[in-house]
Design a protein around this ligand. Structure first.
Ligand code: UDP
Length: 452
């Protein structure tokens, strides 16, 4: 199976960091198993091709400016992606199908569940397609619940019911669902929901999750989707340690800074690639971090503080306090950070990649979800896996921040939680090792693709 004669998969990522990363990681894994990889990606947030010389990258002209679609209107953005990328994708497909003899057979299309146009084009070319889901199984089930409630005319749900448990999801409360159901759900969302669940003619679903973590939601979903599920997570544990997928340059100086600290002594703070805070929350966070008297590594993404480019709204005195105890970067090599011996806790927005990376790093977490699946993941971290504590959202949050950090880094409670996190980390390591559930799933997925 050398060189150009390898079978080829076509990957279609959705162009946000949390979606691009697992898709590229999947590509790396499949490539290592003898499969050629072509990534057909929108021009918006293009991945850095030089990080993956082993892949072929083909840009899809997305014309987003013409449609005035921006990330601030997520549903319009998604819809524009699906409409605009279709034609360039078809054109590439035409060429690739013609060149199959020379360049290797195209086995299938693997698309992010949001990029569903890829499924219909694949069908048009008589090619099988597989869906990659980059969020948790519980999150998908939660969206099904929202749609069911809507169909039963039960929405908006009265405030008094929001603390009740969702029957399909055990301890998840209605208020933890990924979309607020206490007011009427807008039409664009009601249109989006079924289109994102529907796998159409796709032959299988690939999940960046682990059987032992999500047994119950996976069982529930398997009844709704009668196709094979390949649960191969945590995907980043199967890719080589240095497999850069970041859209922003990683500041590796923080690793040298971490090297100087004692084991489990540092709190790592990162709110992912999308969440934003206001200037007041930046100040409260900074004061809470300094007052905790624990060393901290803090990621403040450019433009993540509303109305500012970066941290210029912080008073000078506070900035000096930060320098004595902390290290601030614009973007960190997060997987490396979470695997570092000095990191003792992770304050996260609970995006699914960060959730998987935190659990795999064996660190207890402070959970501060903002929107969508982060609400579900946070509830799982705190109540199901018991490796996280909640950060209440309050105006004057400096004391809350300080106390949460000290609970995890100083108090007995943190030690117990770290013990549980370490046990969980070990369980996940077993899953990705030979004979483990994710390892076996990956073997089965590879065979499935090769047999297509
Ligand atoms: N990340 C990173 N450096 C940072 C912050 C985040 O590499 O400083 C990565 C993180 O490792 C994760 C991704 O960005 O893989 C964020 O994805 P996630 O699903 O956690 O959240 P999202 O950004 O989609 O909200």
């Amino acid at each position: 199976m050398d060189g150009p004669k390898r079978p080829r998969v076509l990957l279609v990522p959705f162009p946000l960091q949390g979606h691009i990363t697992p898709m590229l990681q999947l590509g790396t894994i499949l490539h290592a198993r003898g499969i050629s990889v072509t990534v057909l990606h929108p021009e918006f947030n293009s991945p850095n091709a030089s990080n993956h010389p082993e892949f072929t990258f083909l840009p899809l002209s997305d014309n987003l400016s013409r449609n005035k679609a921006t990330l601030s209107n997520a549903f319009q953005f998604i819809s524009a992606m699906n409409v605009n990328c279709r034609e360039p994708f078809q054109e590439y497909m035409d060429q690739m199908m013609e060149l199959q003899e020379l360049e290797g057979r195209v086995a299938c299309v693997i698309y992010d569940s949001i990029m569903h146009f890829a499924e219909s084009v694949a069908t048009q070319f008589d090619l099988p397609s597989l869906v990659l889901r980059t969020t948790s199984a519980a999150n998908l089930l939660a969206y099904h619940v929202i749609l069911r409630l809507h169909e039963q005319n039960l929405l908006p749900l009265p405030e008094s019911k929001l603390d009740d448990a969702v029957p399909e999801l055990g301890f998840l409360r209605y208020k933890d669902l990924p979309y607020s159901i206490s007011s009427k759900i807008p039409e664009p969302i009601l249109e989006f929901l079924p289109s994102s669940f529907n796998i159409r003619s796709s032959k299988a679903v690939i999940w960046n999750t682990v059987d032992t973590l999500e047994k119950s939601p996976l069982t529930g979903l398997q009844q709704l989707y009668q196709v094979p599920f390949f649960t191969i997570g945590p995907i980043h544990k199967t890719t080589p340690p240095h497999n850069p997928t970041s859209l922003i340059k990683e500041d590796t100086n923080c690793i040298t800074w971490l090297d100087k600290h004692a084991p489990n002594s540092v709190i790592y703070v990162s709110l992912g690639s999308l969440a934003t805070i206001d200037a007041q929350e930046l100040i409260e966070t900074a004061i809470g971090l300094v007052d905790s008297e624990q060393p901290f590594l803090w990621v403040v993404r450019p433009n993540s503080v509303k109305g500012s480019e970066w941290m210029e709204s912080l008073p000078d005195e506070l900035a000096r306090g930060i320098e004595t105890r902390g290290f601030v970067v614009k973007w960190a090599p997060q997987k490396e950070v979470l695997a570092h011996f000095a990191v003792g806790a992770f304050w996260s927005h609970c995006g699914w990649n960060s959730t998987m990376e935190g659990i795999s790093g064996g660190v207890p977490m402070i959970c501060r979800p903002f929107f969508a699946d982060q609400m579900v993941n946070s509830r799982y971290l705190i109540n199901e896996w018991r490796v996280g504590i909640e950060l209440e959202n309050a105006e004057d949050s400096r004391m809350i921040v300080k106390n949460a950090i000290r609970r995890l880094l100083v108090d007995e409670e943190g030690k117990e939680m770290r013990q549980r996190s370490q046990e969980m980390k070990q369980k996940l390591e077993i899953c990705v090792q030979e004979g483990g559930s994710s390892y076996n799933s990956l073997e089965n997925l590879t065979q499935f693709i090769l047999s297509m």
